[in-house]
Design a protein around this ligand. Structure first.
Ligand SMILES: Cc1ncc(COP(=O)(O)O)c(C=O)c1O
Length: 286
C-alpha cells in the first residue's frame, strides 16, 4: 500500500501524487521546504519551523499559501494518517506552474506538498562512537539562510562525503567555518561552545537553537563568532546538529582525530540534556 501524502489541498497515495513538468520547483528549484521531526506523534518545535518557513517564503517573495493554524492542522492530520510514533514531516512550497521564464509569473498557484517518513535518529553506536567527516570549501550561494529546495551544491558536497564513507562534510568559506551539507556545526575549545553566528552563510537550524538553550541551561560558556579554520581543526570537540541527526560527535575530520578522537565530555552532557529535553517536551504535550 502506498503511503498517504498531501498535495495541493488533498490527501492521496504517494503513487497517485503528480505535478506538471512546468512546475517552477522542477524547472528552477524555485521553492522552499521544511523538515519537522515528530516525537511520540508530536511535532517538535512546530512554531519555530513554521516561522522559518515564513522567513524562507519572504526571502523568495512568495506569499504563504496558508496561515500558521492551517499548516498546523494539516501537519497533525498527516501525522494521524501514519502509524509511526516518530515521524519526519517534509513539506515543500514552490512558486507553481507557469510558462518557463526566469522572472516570476504574474499569476501562479503555489504548489504545496507534504509527506511523512519514519524518523530515523542516529543509532546508539553512532552516538557512543561518533562519526567521521571530511571538509570542503563552501562553494554554495550567499543565501544559505533560505531553506531553498535548490540543493545542488549541498547534494554535490554530501556526495563527496558519501564517496569516502563520511557522515558529513564540514564547510569552510574564506577560511572560516560555516556549517555542513545538511547540519550546523559546533566546536568545543577550552570548555567553551563555539559556533558561527546566524547570518546569510548558514541555515538557522532549529536544533542549533535547542543546543544553545541547553548549553546555557548546563552553564556551558557560549561564543557565537567567526571560527577560523585552524581553530576548528584544533578543537577539543566538534559536533554536527540537525533535526534528524540531533547532536552527533565528529571524531575524525579528513582522517585526522578531532580532540581525543572520541566523543568528548561536553558532547556527553549536551546529548543527555537533549534526550531529557525531548522527553520533557513530549510529556508536556501528551
Ligand atoms: C544546510 C543545513 N544546515 C543546517 C541544518 C540543520 O537545521 P535543523 O536543525 O533545523 O534541522 C540543515 C537541516 O537540514 C541543513 O540542511
Amino acid at each position: 500500500m502506498s503511503e498517504i501524502v498531501y498535495l495541493n489541498g488533498e490527501f492521496m497515495p504517494l503513487d497517485q501524487a503528480r505535478i506538471p513538468v512546468l512546475d517552477r520547483g522542477f524547472i528552477f528549484g524555485d521553492g522552499v521546504y521544511e523538515v519537522i521531526p515528530v516525537y511520540s506523534r508530536h511535532p517538535f518545535r512546530l512554531p519555530e519551523h513554521l516561522a522559518r518557513l515564513q522567513r524562507s517564503l519572504d526571502a523568495i517573495r512568495l506569499a504563504n499559501p496558508m496561515t500558521e493554524a492551517e499548516w498546523a492542522r494539516l501537519i497533525h492530520d498527516l501525522i494521524a494518517r501514519h502509524a509511526g510514533n516518530d515521524q519526519s514531516i517534509y513539506l515543500q512550497v514552490t512558486r507553481g506552474v507557469a510558462k518557463r521564464d526566469h522572472a516570476f509569473p504574474r499569476e501562479a498557484q503555489p504548489t504545496v506538498f507534504m509527506m511523512s517518513s519514519p524518523l530515523v535518529t542516529p543509532a546508539q553506536d553512532l552516538v557512543e562512537n561518533g562519526v567521521p567527516c571530511i571538509s570542503a570549501i563552501d562553494y554554495r550561494w550567499l543565501k544559505c539562510d533560505v531553506k531553498s529546495v535548490s540543493l545542488l551544491g549541498n547534494c554535490l558536497l554530501r556526495q563527496s562525503a558519501a564517496d569516502v564513507g563520511a557522515t558529513e562534510v564540514v564547510l569552510f568559506r574564506d577560511g572560516q567555518l560555516t556549517e555542513a551539507s545538511a547540519s550546523n556545526v559546533f566546536v568545543i575549545n577550552n570548555g567553551r561552545l563555539l559556533s558561527p553566528p546566524k547570518n546569510h552563510l548558514i541555515l538557522p537550524g532549529i536544533t542549533y537553537d535547542v543546543v544553545l538553550e541547553l548549553a546555557a541551561a548546563c552553564a556551558i560558556p557560549i561564543e557565537l563568532r567567526g571560527i577560523p579554520e585552524a581553530e576548528a581543526r584544533s578543537a577539543d570537540e566538534m559536533w554536527v546538529t540537525s533535526s534528524t541527526k540531533e547532536v552527533l560527535a565528529v571524531v575524525t575530520l579528513d582522517g585526522r582525530p578531532v580532540g581525543s578522537g572520541r566523543p568528548g565530555p561536553v558532547f556527553k552532557v549536551l546529548h543527555r540534556a537533549f534526550q531529557e529535553f525531548k522527553r520533557k517536551v513530549m510529556r508536556a504535550a501528551a
